[in-house]
Design a protein around this ligand. Structure first.
Ligand code: KIV
Length: 267
């Protein structure tokens, strides 16, 4: 049954020019519930799961089973936000048939509202196939982490005239193919602003400046739960890591010294 006041892909698309889209990643039920209650409109179950939660050093090892497991948990925590699940590396690159099957699993078994794929104009045939099968698609261009090996590292894209032009063409092609929104990652702010005013669907930026229609951050980065990792585009709104360390140490001390459990914790 459709949940009340739910953000749908149509509602996100129509929001362009009306207000800013606020998005966060989430990977589990508990976090997704709080993110949703905070009024965040768009939750991306990113394959950043690989680094943020599973301890890998890139998104490459993340599997479809990982994504279904975590996206399902997120969906169970959400009442209003639109939930977009990332298609992990090699779940959509090999063949259209396999891609439709995998995307369908994220919708059918995890309950995601839409899927996200990395890549530009060369993905439009896949966008068409997914849309023809009733699966809404979010695009993702610029710094595309699944291509980290090909890019030779996590490098800002679109810095030359040619590569900026290519990114504009990619955004236009995805727009034309029917994506409901496009993530712009790791590119000069001016280019992201140009792309945003050029295409008909909302852009959601990460490391792409204020000219996008919305912003997304990896939830662990925002909370201060990603160790030393703090690229320039991240703003930490909390230091949860420090607070967790403090709580764990205090608990340890109280148990060791026989302070916990106290009378009030006993039946
Ligand atoms: O994997 C991810 O978390 C993402 C978001 C940053 C958009 O792709």
């Amino acid at each position: 049954m459709m949940k009340t006041d739910k953000w749908t892909v149509g509602r996100i698309r129509r929001y362009k020019g009306k207000g800013r889209i606020v998005s966060l990643t989430a990977y589990d039920y508990a976090t997704a519930r709080i993110v949703d209650e905070a009024g965040i409109q768009l939750i991306i179950v990113g394959d950043s799961l690989g680094m943020s939660v599973l301890g890998y050093d890139s998104t490459i090892p993340v599997t479809m089973d990982d994504m279904i497991h975590h996206a399902s948990a997120v969906v169970r925590g959400v009442k209003r936000a639109l939930v977009v699940a990332d298609m992990p590396f090699l779940s959509y690159q090999v063949s259209i048939e396999q891609a439709v099957d995998n995307a369908g699993r994220l919708i059918k078994y995890a309950g995601a509202d839409a899927v996200k794929i990395e890549g530009g104009a060369f993905r439009t045939h896949l966008v068409n196939a997914l849309l023809n099968n009733g699966i809404p698609v979010m695009g993702h261009i610029g710094l595309t982490p699944q291509s980290v090996r090909a890019m030779g590292g996590y490098k800002i894209q679109g810095k030359t005239k040619d590569s900026a032009e290519r990114l504009k063409e990619d955004a236009a092609a995805l727009d034309e193919a029917g994506v409901f929104s496009v993530v712009l990652e790791g590119m000069p702010a001016e280019l992201a602003g140009d792309i945003t005013s050029m295409i008909s669907v909302p852009t959601v930026g990460i490391g792409a400046g204020p000219g996008c229609d919305g912003q997304v951050l990896v939830v662990n980065d925002l909370l201060g739960m990603s160790g030393e990792f703090q690229p320039r585009f991240v703003k930490r709104y909390a230091n949860v890591e420090e607070e967790m360390r403090r709580a764990f140490k205090e608990y340890r001390r109280e148990v060791e010294e026989g302070e916990f459990p106290g009378k009030e914790h006993c039946y």
